[in-house]
Write a protein that binds this ligand. Sequence first.
Ligand SMILES: Nc1ncnc2c1ncn2[C@@H]1O[C@H](COP(=O)(O)OP(=O)(O)OP(=O)(O)O)[C@@H](O)[C@H]1O
Ligand code: SF4
Ligand SMILES: [Mg+2]
Length: 362
Amino acid sequence: MMMQTEYIEELHKDDALPSETKDADDGFVLNIDNLKVYFELRKRAFQHAGFVRAVDGVDLQLKRGETIAIVGESGCGKTSLMKTILRINKPTGGTIQFDGEIINDFKKNELKDLRLKIGYVQQDPYGALAPFMDVQTILEEPLKINGVTDREERIQRVRQVLEEVRMTPVDDFLRKFPHQLSGGQQQRVVIARAMILNPILLVADEPVSMLDASVRVEILKLLRALQEEHNLAVIYITHDLATVRYFSEYIFVMYAGQVIEKAPEAQLINETAHPYTHALLAATSDPDPKNVDEFQEVPAGEPPSLVTPPAGCRFHPRCEKIIQGLCDIERPPEFDLGNRHSVACWLFKDRPALREYSGVSE
Ligand SMILES: Nc1ncnc2c1ncn2[C@@H]1O[C@H](COP(=O)(O)OP(=O)(O)OP(=O)(O)O)[C@@H](O)[C@H]1O
Ligand code: SF4
Ligand SMILES: [Mg+2]
């Protein structure tokens, strides 16, 4: 069987794009550089009340056909980042290049084209589906909006995509309304709708967190199968590192609007570097079944204010490894640990600290 990377290379060989464009996007479907997304707080009297720095200097690259996860606790900026990629939010600073084009200042028509190329799966499938539309109507709608005027053609595509999301026999589901479906089936319809226009990128924001534990793995496996069948690029957003193990090749860990560690999946789990990632892992591997559906506070203490974030390392008020006089003053740069693994933490200023801290031997 062909490996993922070989497949991508094979695909690029026959790429119909002009060579100039190919050079420009360098195989990246998405290339985000120093992205900032600030929300202005409502002014008090005549005084400026400040900004919520939801995303604050994020770099992120995603190759065609690659699957990445963005992990971090509630409020760290995951959804803000995703909505900016979809250009629902406008970037405050930095650049987003998607499919070879800078999308920061896209106008209405360009945005329409952009959203054709990005499928979006959100957390709450029931909330995402119009309750008065049946499955066929829900799935025909994006086709109608995008000019598929032939009814037969639309229905054929609807049937095809329902088969792809394993809702068979298709005739059992076409005339069902969302309330007649289970949570897992509803999420399959949302995924079918996200896939129906053949996107090149799928963004899944907490796609299984509202589903029963028993169907979560099934949905993640479905997303994985679709990714492989269509060579899709996928961004999987979650607060739960445990589910990432089923799914993503490369993981970005976010804390307070910034990426603090990134690595291939196995590397991140086995050679965890950042103290926050350690805490996140410890919390998600809790074996107590009563904690399975709960997100725990990791570690003790609140995430910082994004209006007035702490100086230096944003994790320093909660960090047991803090180096006083450094961590609380200067923001740690990204230290390269090799193997596509990097970490923003002063403990890794000198590479040997990795072995000392995480017990990794070379
Ligand atoms: N439109 C907005 N206006 C003002 N503040 C916002 C807006 N959208 C998000 N925020 C704030 O930005 C911060 C990041 O929120 P975001 O929803 O991106 O986090 P998240 O990581 O997706 O959290 P969760 O895991 O709870 O979904 C939060 O403090 C949030 O209150
Ligand atoms: S930079 Fe300092 S405070 Fe931040 S995570 Fe590393 S050791 Fe902790
Ligand atoms: Mg969110």
